[in-house]
Design a protein around this ligand. Structure first.
Ligand SMILES: C[S@@+](CC[C@H](N)C(=O)[O-])C[C@H]1O[C@@H](n2cnc3c(N)ncnc32)[C@H](O)[C@@H]1O
Length: 341
């Protein structure tokens, strides 16, 4: 009962967090010190009576601090980094759109469970696309250049001097842009089968000033163009693919002789019982509603699932003809595998 009530509270409060982000309530509180509901309402062009209720929800969840004597509310600086500051490496607020997309697509998922048919990424509510970008970007900003690429054998040096990278299933291009900013001498091919995502990725790259070094293409993971890549990245998309083996084989032939595949996958142990925790719970939900249906909607329809685990991923990598595969590094959310031809 306690768990269910906590989950219902979290579910409803997710909507409140999304409102806080979209109405600019968190941004207005960031760095502003203690505020009354009237001050916050004035600053955000919202109505005080509603803002009071919203603030009390936020205080009950620990997102803001309440001073009962002064009846003021404060967004602590470290909370503002997560909820208000879009430039911060831990900015998560727009990620709640991913959660809302699961509710909005609930009927489609129910049909999929009954019929066994797939749901393509492109068939989901558009909130999924921006929500996913927002959910993954902080991890890419925090880890990709500082930790994941340096963990690959000899790849960072090549990218610094001037290399060639393919970012497969790039979505809105969050990872491509982080890499393009860090390695100005390197060129990138960013591909995804979803045309709408590629359009957004192109815009994002233009805004970030790196579009001149990224070629965007609408292509499946089995037929993105180019060869001689120093690095082929699968950023949180390998398990989504209908035919991951076909994609791994295609990546292998696209690599330079001493190139590497970097596969960033949701963190998972090999056995179900290893994943029965809060992170695994979230990933199994996304896997049921998004990742597995996408895979089942495509050719082969392997349906790896978001918690496939390293051993299963390695089987596919080895079957594709890679001779070396290792866990290069990890975070609480990600496994980072390196495969070499
Ligand atoms: C979870 S999202 C990750 C997006 C992006 N890599 C990121 O980290 O933000 C999975 C992506 O895989 C793409 N995708 C799914 N099936 C694909 C396929 N067969 N070929 C290429 N991309 C595919 C989807 O369109 C989606 O953008």
């Amino acid at each position: 009962m306690g768990q269910v009530v906590a989950d219902m509270s979290a579910g409803m409060s997710g909507v409140m967090a999304n409102l806080g982000h979209k109405l600019g309530l968190y941004r207005a509180m960031a760095g502003a010190g203690p505020m009354t509901p009237a001050e916050l309402a004035r600053k955000t062009n919202t109505h005080e009576r509603y803002v009071l209720e919203w603030l009390n929800n936020q205080a009950a969840g620990g997102y803001v601090e309440y001073d009962p004597k002064a009846r003021t509310y404060r967004l602590p600086e470290e909370h503002a980094m997560v909820l208000a500051n879009a430039g911060s490496p831990v900015f998560m607020a727009p990620g709640f759109d991913t959660v809302s997309s699961l509710w909005l697509d609930e009927d489609k998922v129910a049909d999929a469970l009954r019929t066994g048919k797939g749901i393509g990424w492109h068939e989901h509510h558009h909130r999924l696309f921006c929500g996913t970008e927002a959910f993954f970007r902080p991890g890419y900003r925090a880890n990709l250049v500082d930790s994941w690429i340096p963990a690959l054998d000899g790849i960072e040096a090549k990218l610094k001097v001037g290399g060639k990278v393919a970012d497969v299933g790039c979505g809105h291009g969050a990872s491509t842009i982080v890499m393009a900013q860090a390695y100005p001498n390197t060129t990138f091919v960013a591909s995804d089968y979803h045309g709408e995502s590629i359009e957004t990725a192109r815009q994002r790259a233009e805004e970030a000033g790196v579009a001149d070094r990224i070629r965007f293409e609408v292509a499946s993971a089995k037929d993105f163009s180019g060869t001689g890549y120093d690095l082929v990245c699968f950023m949180d998309c390998f398990h989504d693919l209908g035919d991951p083996l076909g994609a791994a084989k295609h990546a292998r032939q696209a690599l330079a002789a001493d190139g590497a595949v970097m596969m960033v996958e949701p963190f998972a142990g090999d056995a179900v019982e290893d994943n029965l925790n809060v992170v695994g719970r979230m990933f199994y939900a996304a896997s049921t509603a998004v990742c597995t249906p996408n895979s089942l909607s495509q050719e082969v329809g392997l349906g790896l699932g978001a918690q496939a685990g390293e051993a299963r991923l390695r089987e596919i990598i080895e079957e594709a003809g890679f001779t070396r595969c290792r866990r290069a590094t990890e975070t609480p959310f990600n496994l980072v595998l390196e495969a070499r031809p």
